[in-house]
Design a binder for this molecule. Structure first.
Ligand SMILES: [Zn+2]
Length: 415
């Protein structure tokens, strides 16, 4: 699957309305609900290894990018040279990774040769994870449109799950991005020195263009094009959009309010003002919604901490979490359980999240209570998966569908 973004300037056309908020390119087929689209949206996955070292495509080792020599053939009216142009690309990538603990970029130019098929739909692109190159109208027919500055494609592949940037495994995400190509139009003229905006109004501010195209390579779309799919936390444009790093759709809602200073707004790709201001709150929120921005230095990962659960005959429980070893988790859960009752039985200690489900029974007219005779436990990396399994197993034991509810749930890394 290939998604492509044609980035043109609309010369002479006064655009009076553009939308605030951000929009994700989303799943292959939009659900029509922007929050649901965000939950499912294609994105780069967390990986342990890198492309160079272990041939894994994803965030591990940084998104590895390669700049083709054709970038050096662009016409810069301020005589920007090849190294300076490459430096601009590095700076644009820095803007996107700044303040994010996981989303990083690694220059592999010279190590991995860029690959840019013209339109190999349905095939995975080769080359680095992100390739930058320039094409003439002859090489790339879309650039016959002299107003088209850049063209970015990402390639995504169906997947059963994606490990998000916060370490949580999501089964909602249906496709993972494995490659992206950023193509710049050789037919255009460019500048880096922003003082040239007035004297070369028909040329393109190269840093601003690259900033915009990288947003596409990450999975973001143009908020101006499908306002009904735009996302915000309120209807106030420009302000910060808080993103919960462990539940990145929480508190978000559709919003079509008018604003327009985001790097991802299509008409903004030419003007240096966007580069001067830097990424807008909307751009950063779009990034953090796709790549949850947790301070992972202070948020131990699943694989590093252990949790335990112990339960006595009469249903009292002992928990442990945040333990360094499996054995510590086991002993502490046992101890916490024994503190309140007699013999305790422990489940296998776990790295991820744990759910203890119990049947609920009607108690006269006074409502319902947990029935400790029917229970089930489950652990999984994904708390939602654990919840589903525990409740399902409990319902089976009870022999009544929808009898069970979650009684206790926690993750090994909980504070
Ligand atoms: Zn664009």
């Amino acid at each position: 699957m290939v998604r492509f973004f044609a980035t043109s300037i609309l010369a002479g056309l006064l655009i009076v309305q553009s939308a605030a908020a951000f929009v994700v390119e989303g799943p292959r087929k939009s659900t029509g609900n922007p929050i649901e689209d965000l939950r499912r949206a294609s994105r780069w996955a967390m990986t342990d290894g890198s492309l160079v070292e272990t041939q894994q495509r994803g965030l591990g080792g940084g998104l590895e990018y390669s700049v083709d020599v054709s970038i050096c053939e662009l016409h810069f009216v301020d005589d920007t040279n090849c190294d300076q142009a490459k430096n601009v690309i590095a700076q644009a990538l820095d803007r996107w990774s700044s303040g994010h603990p996981v989303l990083k970029f690694t220059d592999v130019t010279g190590q991995i040769k860029p690959s840019f098929p013209l339109a190999v739909f349905g095939e995975t692109d080769q080359g680095a994870e992100i390739d930058f190159y320039a094409s003439s109208a002859l090489e790339f027919p879309n650039f016959r449109n002299a107003l088209m500055n850049g063209y970015t494609i990402f390639y995504d592949r169906p997947t059963n799950y994606v490990t998000l940037a916060n370490g949580v495994r999501s089964t909602d995400v249906k496709d993972r991005i494995e490659s992206a190509d950023v193509r710049v139009n050789k037919e255009r003229c460019f500048y880096v020195d922003e003082n040239l905006e007035k004297t070369h109004p028909s040329c393109v501010h190269f840093p601003t263009l690259i900033l915009h195209e990288v947003g596409h390579a990450l999975g973001l779309g143009h908020p101006t094009e499908r306002p009904s799919l735009n996302i915000d936390s309120d209807d106030i444009p420009y302000n910060e959009i808080p993103i919960n790093c462990m539940a990145s759709t929480e508190g978000l809602k559709p919003s079509i309010k008018v604003a327009g200073s985001a790097a991802m707004v299509r008409r903004n790709v030419q003007a240096p003002g966007i580069w001067k201001r830097g990424l807008s709150n909307d751009d950063v929120a779009g990034r953090d919604a796709l790549y949850p921005n947790c301070d992972i230095e202070n948020l131990p990962r699943f694989s590093q901490l252990w949790g335990g659960f112990s339960r006595s005959e009469n249903g009292s429980v002992g928990l442990s979490k945040g333990q360094d070893t499996r054995n510590d988790a086991l002993l502490l859960a046992q101890k916490n359980c024994s503190a309140t009752s007699g013999a305790c039985v422990s489940v296998e200690p776990f790295n991820g999240c744990f759910v203890y489900a119990m049947a609920k029974e009607e108690v006269g007219n006074s409502g319902s209570a947990f029935d400790w005779r029917y229970w089930a436990v489950a652990s999984a990396q994904d708390p939602v998966a654990a919840r589903v399994n525990a409740v399902r197993d409990c319902n089976q034991k009870r022999g009544i569908g929808n009898a069970c509810r979650v009684h206790t749930e926690f993750c090994a890394f909980d504070q």
